[in-house]
Structure formats: structure tokens, C-alpha cells
Design a binder for this molecule. Structure first.
Ligand SMILES: [Zn+2]
Length: 312
């Protein structure tokens, strides 16, 4: 199956500096990250000391200080263990969305087991937050050309949007042929995919919506990338980070490959300061609101194209 086409850009020069980007937090504890999935077994998780709640408190303070609302893509497993903080996040005006139950990649499922995973996570998240869950982000951005049935399952379960595609080439994930901006992955459903931000550097797509790009490189790179997307391309950027990224004191995982450790632990000390710069410098909002704006844009574009049809 070929990658579907993107929504084309509209001329929005009047709104130049007013683009509201999508801000998201992938809520998982320090021992649940993809980098360590071969070193720490899922049945060890219950015995490990949690740090996610303290880190979430700091993130809530940071967002409150900047007066921004964001989306927290949360593991069902984390919500089951820490229901109170999930409720507090939702009560503060942020969106609780799904990151699956226990961080298994979509590529590790068939459709039936994926359906079960997202159903299980959603029940817990809706219970804890007291609000409907309408968004989903695949662990490790693991929706790519091989598992496009996942979109059909999300649509069938009534999700409004997904933010599960990294439209780049990367060693651990990525779907380099996918559109860089919002698209409808299914011809017959309203489900919107909001890919994580990428920038064009030397003619190539680079991941610019978080992760190592943000944590390891100087903040100036991220500023440049988001400006490129907002000003040159007139599109919103989708950004993400994790609670463990602002926690320099997290336990070090022994036995992990050196490359994973380097990637995981570099830049933690500077992360909170960089995030503060980012949330103040650009405009940010929840992902569900971004999905609705992108849908409206698609409708407007359709009307525009219709009106340009020659009269019969
Ligand atoms: Zn994750």
C-alpha cells in the first residue's frame, strides 16, 4: 500500500506568527522506554521505584507557568499505578490520550491483539481522568507502512486522531514516505493522523519534534526547525517529550548497550531549561484541538478547490 497524500498547504500569510503547535508528553516511567526494552522485562516493572509522578508535577508547574495546555499520551499501565496524577492532569485542562497499555510496539501486534491493547488502556485512562479519550500515540512511533491496519482499528474504536507516525528514516522507527503534515490515513473515515514534526535539512527530512534532536543538540536547532515549519511552511509542528527527560537523577540502567545509554542520558540536565524556552517562544495547544483545526483546514481547502472548478 502506498503512503496517502498530505493535506496541501493554504496561504495563511495573514496568520504568520499565530500558528498554534501541538504539545505532547509521552507518559511513561524511566524503566519503560524503548531504549531499554531488551534489558528490563515487563514483569520487573512492579518492583522498580517510580519517578514519573514527581516528574509530571514539575511538567504541570512548567506548563502552568507558561499558561499552555498540552496532551499527555499515557500508558494504561502508568495510569493504573498512579490514578490520582492522571485526574490532576485532566483537571488542569490538559488532554489525557492513549499511549497503549504497556509500551508494546504496534509492529509486535496483530490487529486483534492491538485492538485489545488499546481497549484495555482506554478503559483505565477514561476511568482515571473522568473524560473521554479520543487520541492515540503508538509507542516508539511504531505505525508505519507495515501496520496500516492499526488506523482502521483506531477508527473503528471511535478515535478522532492518531499521532503515531514519524515521517523520517531512523534506525529504530520511521515511515519516510508518509506525509510530513496532517493526513487522512483511511479513504472512508475521519481519523486524522498528526505526524511528529520534521524539518528539511540539506534536502533530507530530519526528526525535529523532540527526542534526541531536542535533548542532545543545542536549543538553537529546535528553534530553527520549528521556525522553518511555522514560518516557511506555514504549518503547525507536533512536539513531544517524556517525563524522564527532565530527570537527571534517574537510576542508570546497567547492561544496556552503550549506544542506548548515550542516547538516553545525554542532555538531561539542560532539558528543563530548554523546555521552558520552547514553551514560551512558540504557541502551543492540545493535540485534539490541533486535529480539529487540521480537519477544518481540509474542509476549507476542499471548498476552495470546488470553487475553482470551471462553471459547467
Ligand atoms: Zn513512549
Amino acid at each position: 500500500m502506498n503512503a496517502p497524500g498530505p493535506f496541501p498547504a493554504l496561504n495563511e500569510s495573514a496568520n504568520r506568527d499565530r500558528i498554534v503547535n501541538g504539545l505532547s508528553v509521552d507518559v511513561e516511567d524511566w524503566f519503560q522506554v524503548g531504549a531499554f526494552e531488551d534489558v528490563i522485562e515487563r514483569d520487573e516493572w512492579d518492583g522498580l521505584k517510580t519517578r514519573v509522578v514527581d516528574n509530571l508535577e514539575r511538567i504541570l508547574d512548567l506548563f502552568a507557568e507558561a499558561d499552555v495546555r498540552a496532551t499527555f499520551f499515557t500508558l494504561g499501565w502508568v495510569a493504573r499505578r498512579h490514578p490520582a496524577i492522571i485526574r490532576r492532569i485532566a483537571d488542569a485542562g490538559h488532554e489525557i490520550a492513549s499511549h497503549g497499555y504497556d509500551h508494546a510496539r504496534v509492529t509486535s501486534f496483530d490487529r486483534a491483539s492491538f485492538a485489545e491493547d488499546i481497549r484495555k488502556a482506554r478503559v483505565i485512562l477514561e476511568d482515571c481522568s473522568g473524560r473521554p479519550v479520543t487520541g492515540y500515540r503508538a509507542p516508539s512511533f511504531s505505525i508505519d507502512a507495515r501496520v496500516q491496519w492499526a488506523f482502521a482499528e483506531l477508527a473503528e474504536q471511535g478515535y478522532a486522531y492518531s499521532s503515531s507516525v514519524a515521517p523520517i528514516a531512523h534506525d529504530h522507527y520511521g515511515w519516510p514516505e508518509a506525509p510530513r503534515f496532517a493526513f487522512y490515513p483511511l479513504p472512508d473515515a475521519d481519523l486524522v493522523e498528526l505526524p511528529v514534526a520534521s524539518a528539511i535539512l540539506g534536502g533530507r527530512r530530519v526528526a525535529a519534534g523532540g527526542g534526541g534532536f531536542f535533548r542532545v543538540l543545542p536549543y538553537a536547532f529546535s528553534r530553527w526547525a520549528i521556525r522553518q515549519v511555522n514560518r516557511d511552511e506555514q504549518r503547525p509542528a507536533v512536539f513531544y517529550f517524556h517525563p524522564w527527560e527532565i530527570d537527571p537523577d534517574q537510576p542508570r540502567v546497567p547492561g544496556a548497550p552503550i549506544r542506548s545509554r548515550l542516547r538516553h542520558y545525554t542532555g538531561l540536565e539542560k532539558m528543563a531549561g530548554k523546555l521552558r524556552g520552547l514553551v514560551h517562544e512558540f504557541r502551543w495547544g492540545r493535540m485534539d484541538a490541533l486535529a480539529r483545526r487540521e480537519e477544518r483546514r481540509a474542509v476549507e481547502l476542499e471548498l476552495l478547490l470546488d470553487s475553482e472548478e470551471p462553471a459547467q
